[in-house]
Design a protein around this ligand. Sequence first.
Ligand code: SF4
Ligand code: SF4
Length: 300
Amino acid sequence: MKHATVINIQKYSVHDGPGIRTTVFFKGCPLKCWWCHNPESQNPGHEIMFFEERCTNCGVCIKRCPQKAVEVQEKYPKTDESKCTLCGKCTDFCPNSAKEYVGKDITAQELMKEIIKDEVFYDESGGGVTFSGGEPLVHIDFLNEILKLCRERGIHTTLDTSGFVKWEKLEEIADKIDLFLYDIKLMNNERHLKYTGVENVNILRNLKKLSDKGCNIYIRMPIISGINDDDENINEAIKFVSSLNILQVNLLPYHKMGMDKYRRLKMQYNLTGMEKPSNERMEEIKGKFKNSGIKIEIGG
Ligand code: SF4
Ligand code: SF4
């Protein structure tokens, strides 16, 4: 039986496709976007998040750790990662929920049981299930299996993807996806590489192929001031999108809600001090898309 690692199965989502949805957040992503607000989704393995503001330095995790991986430090306990086996005991026993386990392995059948619990909401609202992350295509075999189960049951499926995958893999599942939420970020390849860690050539090529295939596509474009909101990038994006057959574009203004998670995971955050783009600039960008005849919304 195939397993995938998920972070969360979020019920009653209304921003990840039409109607009321269950959104499955997979763990693992080949991109490392500077503005990522789900950094816990990047590493494919299990992890532990540490909320230092909740920790009272009670020492329970030190006593409970079977590997003696946790040591007393000046203010907070410190984990020696070379000894830690990620058994999760310290998270189970912490009386203050200062440690949180991230990652749960699940089979397609187990996930399906969760998905169908809310079938009545999908039917009434025109919703369904959205596979998000991280990058769901990292778990392509699992995705194939769960998509087949959803199709058999008539559940609408949406894939939220960066599109960074070999075309053959994407083509394999494309016909089983009812709607794509497909990200574009930066049109210039060097800038894309700098800010996401990967090149954009395959991403844009795959998007064009999905469009040629007649797939239903919403394009999502995060807007980050000084990184991709310049006229040159916006104009290039509009030119490219105009050549496609897509349903709409959603502009997603940068927000810093994921910032604290970087500290909790001991990851570096490169956008400290970054503010969300102004409403005026968002409206300007929206207007540019609209003037080119593209259906566009801010948010979503
Ligand atoms: S058990 Fe929790 S509160 Fe106590 S020291 Fe460990 S992390 Fe801190
Ligand atoms: S996850 Fe397990 S091995 Fe790692 S620090 Fe916690 S109790 Fe120790």
